[in-house]
Design a protein around this ligand. Structure first.
Ligand SMILES: [Zn+2]
Length: 459
């Protein structure tokens, strides 16, 4: 991970031969901007010529190092490869190309935040890129103005990356969104999530129990699914029958039976969960509990000898208890079936090459004071080429873990208030999301603003 690893073979593009107007048009500012994005990255194990484009049916349409013809179709493939390379190099999770009245804008999502790469892509060039994507996704060429979903993949140096494609008609033409599904960014092991030791120990020991219910909560994109996948990876799925019900299945877990929800077929989490209980499962992951039926079946399963993982839509761990009660689950079920609730958010980590040390303001000291005493310095984001001027590089989780203890079960049984639950938690190990985040601020890993942004309202 050092800037010195840049390979000399990948120095900035040599000037392309100029034959005719077409080639010189491709030397334009948008290509320069894309090249610059590719060059500012640290990791450069491969170039765009190493990308093999594979269509939705698995046929290699454009093999790696394919000829560099100057005819129009090959040019659009070359540009598309350059766009994909820019995504690789910048660690982007999504690529958006949106037509405006006379130009198209290319943006990527890095660490959850949109960054503009190119703001002057000619519309006719964008149309040709869409043509390449349509062929890769095997879309019916006659279908023009319609929402289209598809996929294709790229193989590069023996590794495969999948792309989920969405084409949507917008006022100035089709908007293209690519989601990058790179197994290299896929769910990691539990110990790699960076949880503080007592939380990690609690979660891992729960994963080794025969029966329990573990819930994760947080908004979309907060990494809760990644955490649950990491829990599954702690389990010996050779000796235990693990089944997942997901909407959709994004990453494969070796040894587990993964079932995608098909809502067109009328499948629901609750209905599928009931039927998979007849498949003799030991471990069950249910994508989300969003109705009383799913909640009740999941809780009964946990109480009849299954290890169950799921997510609920709630801001924090205490909110999850109320969410279940609001769904109409009986308090005795919530009190007795639940074991561990994890709330989480992702915070961006400060770019190590450009972060700047500053003194905390009085307001910051007051807020931090609840978690950290006497902090004399913290760090702010600045922005450099390495971090695409965002000031941040990579993300990690902040966590809140609630364990259902006997005193807590007693309170939940009696239809509690929020304050009653807080009072019980105060007597045990409990760190709020914000408190967890402030520890990272104190260690210079993230900024005060970042924790305030993702966990600010938290008391
Ligand atoms: Zn930086």
């Amino acid at each position: 991970m050092s800037a010195a690893t840049a390979s000399p073979a990948e120095s900035p593009a040599k000037p392309r031969k100029q034959d005719g107007g077409k080639a010189s048009a491709l030397e334009s500012s948008y290509e320069t901007a894309l090249r610059k994005a590719c060059e500012s990255a640290v990791s450069k194990q491969f170039g765009e010529q190493d990308l093999s484009l594979v269509d939705a049916r698995g046929s290699v349409l454009h093999a790696a190092s394919e000829g560099d013809d100057d005819d129009a179709p090959a040019e659009s493939v070359r540009l598309f490869r350059l766009l994909l390379l820019a995504c690789f190099r910048s660690r982007a999770s999504d690529l958006h190309i949106e037509p405006k009245s006379d130009k198209a804008i290319v943006r990527i999502r890095i660490d959850g935040v949109m960054v503009t790469l190119v703001d002057d892509l000619p519309i006719e060039v964008f149309r040709r890129v869409i043509g390449v994507v349509r062929v890769l996704c095997q879309f019916d060429q006659s279908v023009k103005a319609e929402v289209l979903d598809g996929h294709f993949n790229v193989t590069v140096k023996g590794r495969r990356v999948d792309y989920r494609v969405s084409l949507t008609p917008a006022i100035h033409g089709m908007k293209l969104v690519l989601r990058v599904l790179d197994p290299a960014n896929a769910p990691s092991r539990l110990h790699e999530l960076g949880m503080i030791p007592w939380m990690f120990d609690k979660l891992r020991s729960t994963c080794n129990r025969d029966a329990a219910l573990v819930l994760a909560c947080g908004p979309t994109g907060s990494g809760k699914t990644t955490t649950l996948y990491s829990c599954l990876r702690e389990i010996d799925v050779e000796q235990r029958n693990a089944i997942t019900i997901e909407d959709p299945v994004e990453y494969q877990i070796e040894g587990a039976t993964q079932i995608p929800i098909d809502s067109k077929q009328g499948h629901t989490f609750g209905g599928l969960l009931r039927s998979i209980l007849r498949q003799d499962p030991d471990v069950i992951l249910v994508g989300e509990i969003r109705d009383a039926e799913t909640a009740n079946v999941a809780m009964q399963a946990a109480m009849t000898g299954h290890l169950v993982f799921s997510t609920v839509h709630a801001r924090d761990t205490i909110g999850s208890i109320f969410r279940l009660l609001d769904l109409g689950v009986e308090p005795y079920l919530v009190a007795n079936a639940l074991d561990v609730i994890i709330a989480q958010r992702l915070v961006r980590m400060l770019c190590p090459t450009c972060r700047k040390q500053v003194q905390p303001t009085l307001a910051q000291q007051l807020k931090l004071g609840k978690s950290i005493d006497g902090l004399s310095a913290l760090y702010e984001p600045i922005g450099c080429a390495y971090c695409f001027d965002t000031g941040y590089y990579g993300r990690r989780g902040i966590f809140e873990l609630l364990e259902m203890t006997d005193p807590l079960r007693d309170v939940v049984l009696k239809r509690p208030t929020m304050q009653q639950i807080r009072d019980v938690l105060r007597n045990g190990l409990f760190t709020s999301l914000q408190g967890y985040g402030f520890q990272l601020v104190a260690n210079g890993i993230t900024s005060f603003e970042e924790v305030d942004r993702v966990a600010g309202a938290d008391a």
